[in-house]
Design a protein around this ligand. Sequence first.
Ligand SMILES: Cc1cc2nc3c(=O)[nH]c(=O)nc-3n(C[C@H](O)[C@H](O)[C@H](O)COP(=O)(O)OP(=O)(O)OC[C@H]3O[C@@H](n4cnc5c(N)ncnc54)[C@H](O)[C@@H]3O)c2cc1C
Length: 321
Amino acid sequence: MKDSNNRKMDKELLSMGSDALRKAAINEKAKGFLLSNEVLFKIVKKAADRYIGGETLDETIHKVLYHNREGFKCSMEYMGESTYTENEANEVTNEFIRIAKEIKNQNLNSTISLDLSHIGLSISKDLCLFNLTSLCNEAEKNNIEVIISAEGTDRTDAVIEMYKKISKTNKNASITLQAYLYRTKDDFKDLIKEDGRIRIVKGAFETTENLSIPRGQKLNEIYLNYVDQLLSQKHKCSIATHHHEIQQEAKKLVQYYKVNNETYEFESLYGIQTEQLMALKEEGYATKLYFVYGKEWYLYLCNRIAEYPLNLFRALGDIVN
Ligand SMILES: Cc1cc2nc3c(=O)[nH]c(=O)nc-3n(C[C@H](O)[C@H](O)[C@H](O)COP(=O)(O)OP(=O)(O)OC[C@H]3O[C@@H](n4cnc5c(N)ncnc54)[C@H](O)[C@@H]3O)c2cc1C
């Protein structure tokens, strides 16, 4: 009885910490204070370094080169979302185009990942499609894949519309689908008809209750069911999760359907459960590390800790060492 009370209290404390971090992440005052205080900035940046490629593309390329040599494929994203001026959206697009050029120049084994709202979707669909086409054209010259992320539910329709449009002109675009959304069942049926890779994630954004399935066994089964369908049809896919049991079940499916390593990949965010991805690589499975870089790491760090509050202890360790 005492044990179960303690467990309940632990859970409540973790959830309280998690809520606090989510609030801290979007608190502009806290962010401003941290970024303007040299000492505090240095301390917190130490905790962020575990999860980011760096503040610049060059720093990230350094890490990508190292992990390519270790046998990981990589993906790079210039972090951010929701630009609200055309100028900013164009500048961000140029940065993504720079990634494509550097992948070629430095012969990196890397794809590009991005949020469409970062290159103009929050301003206009035309602008977004124009920028996405520029990026995909540049990347396609060298067979570089461009993977579109899934955003909040207010943007799902628009993101899918953009993906379908770009798929008509470019063969190197891929899409991310969130297993937790009820609507994904239909989107999946529709999008599996396209050749582009489908990356399956559980889903990170808060939604109203009627739109998504909460974390738990049911969601895990649904997630694996999508993976099963993709693998059985030998459709290009990314199994993007840090969930150990799901990875183990997915391994069995890869073997069962005899899927080659070009078709699927196990993908993790850099700095999260990397030892699991490393073990998969050692066993011969295709693995990919997802790097984000840029100056907006404060929000990214808070989110990584909020989704798994025990990471707070890792952050403390990183700061002290
Ligand atoms: C490559 C990649 C791309 C993604 N792209 C998108 C996207 O476009 N849109 C979107 O909505 N979401 C995206 N996500 C996030 C995703 O939706 C989940 O929120 C995130 O992956 C956590 O869910 P999970 O599958 O790892 O399982 P969870 O059920 O959240 O966690 C299962 C287990 O994984 C481990 N774990 C999970 N998170 C952490 C962590 N932060 N630190 C340490 N251990 C952890 C723990 O052991 C935990 O018990 C992406 C994730 C990945 C890996």
